[in-house]
Design a protein around this ligand. Structure first.
Ligand SMILES: NC(=O)c1ccc[n+]([C@@H]2O[C@H](COP(=O)([O-])OP(=O)(O)OC[C@H]3O[C@@H](n4cnc5c(N)ncnc54)[C@H](OP(=O)(O)O)[C@@H]3O)[C@@H](O)[C@H]2O)c1
Length: 321
């Protein structure tokens, strides 16, 4: 099978390209290879390529930047997916388009299911929602997969920044009133593969198990690094309450689709808790050491799992789906 990955330089795209490359013919396009703001060039470039599946993980993901660059956000997050869907239709190929929890308004006190109405409250969310609509309207065979708080070994994310901060300063603070589900790129890679193998289409919520605030997420990562002697001392992550912008104060929690919630058979669709996947990243990935920039004189860390009990405060506001 020939797979094209657009956004192959990103956190998720790089992981997908790396995981699928040994088994499939994978062509990954980074931002340097394709600029999604040049829609004609995008069309021309991909028209010349033969593929059976296109995965679009490219997006303008900086929520604050999108807020003040509306046109650019809509071209990359909505118009480009429309062109990609049209191209896939021309070639009778499947499109898997990655989307986000930000398509919701955060008012619901229960996790959001696929059938819940998407009412975005940020430009990022609006543009991603329009991208979803274009893809789903183009053909019944395409799939939109929504994820939240994506982390993985291929590109730094929130926790890597927190750990870096913990190395450089004596106090770390993180937002305590925004909750979601960290989701691991390598779990997403397994679920996406299982989804196309079952020829699933429409809309899916693909997230790990469990929920936390940014503060709890940061505390968990710091506790783990301390246990592994990657940080000289345990720090308490101070709570921040962010009331500065409307997009930062709401929580979006996705209810996982039944496809990963009740796995029918194989391990390919099992759904580990985000804490387990975070530990898995640390224990298995040789990349994690470079990401955390372990000083050369540090002894090699021995993997020792820590349980969720190290989280200082359990997330309480949402029920577990
Ligand atoms: N990150 C999250 O927490 C999160 C949560 C939920 C859903 N998602 C969704 O998951 C998908 C993957 O996100 P990610 O975490 O992998 O984000 P990411 O690391 O920011 O990857 C996005 C990729 O898109 C590329 N890109 C941006 N503008 C482009 C343009 N004009 N032309 C071509 N490529 C462009 C970026 O390249 P440069 O970096 O070189 O600009 C980057 O490689 C996105 O659809 C996102 O909406 C992410």
């Amino acid at each position: 099978m020939r797979i094209v990955i657009v956004g192959a330089g990103g956190r998720l795209g790089a992981a997908l390209a790396r995981v699928y490359a040994p088994e499939f013919e994978v062509r990954g396009y980074t931002h340097a290879d394709i600029d999604l703001t040049s829609l004609d060039r995008l069309r021309e470039l991909l028209r010349a390529v033969k593929f059976d599946l296109l995965i679009n993980s490219a997006a303008l993901t900086n929520v604050d930047y999108c807020e003040v660059h509306r046109d650019e956000a809509f071209i990359i997050n909505a118009e480009a997916p429309r062109i990609l869907a049209e191209l896939c239709d021309e070639k009778n190929a499947k499109l898997i388009h990655i989307s986000t929890d930000y398509v919701f308004d955060g008012k619901r006190r229960q996790p959001y299911r696929e059938e819940d109405e998407a009412i975005p409250i940020s430009v990022y969310g609006e543009s991603k929602r329009e991208g979803e609509i274009h893809v789903l309207r183009a053909s019944g065979q395409h799939l939109v997969a929504r994820a939240s708080w994506v982390f993985g070994p291929d590109r730094a994310s929130f926790i890597d920044q927190v750990i870096q901060r913990a190395r450089e300063t004596s106090a770390v603070a993180a937002v305590a009133d925004k909750f979601s589900t960290p989701t691991y790129t390598l779990d997403l890679a397994r679920w996406l593969r299982a989804a196309w193998e079952k020829d699933l289409s429409g809309l899916l919520h693909l997230v790990n198990r469990g929920q936390c605030s940014w503060q709890q997420y940061a505390q968990y990562a710091i506790d783990y690094c301390h246990q592994q002697q990657l940080l000289p001392r345990r720090m308490s992550v101070d709570e921040l309450f962010d009331d500065t912008t409307r997009t930062l104060t709401v929580s979006f929690i996705l209810a996982p689709s039944d496809f990963i919630r009740f796995p029918m058979s194989s391990a390919s669709s099992s759904r580990p808790s985000w804490t387990i996947s975070l530990l898995q990243r640390e224990s298995k990935s040789s990349l994690s050491s470079s990401m955390y920039a372990i000083p050369p004189d540090m002894p090699a860390a021995k993997f020792r799992p820590v349980g969720p009990s190290t989280i200082t405060r359990p997330p309480v506001i949402y029920s577990q789906p």
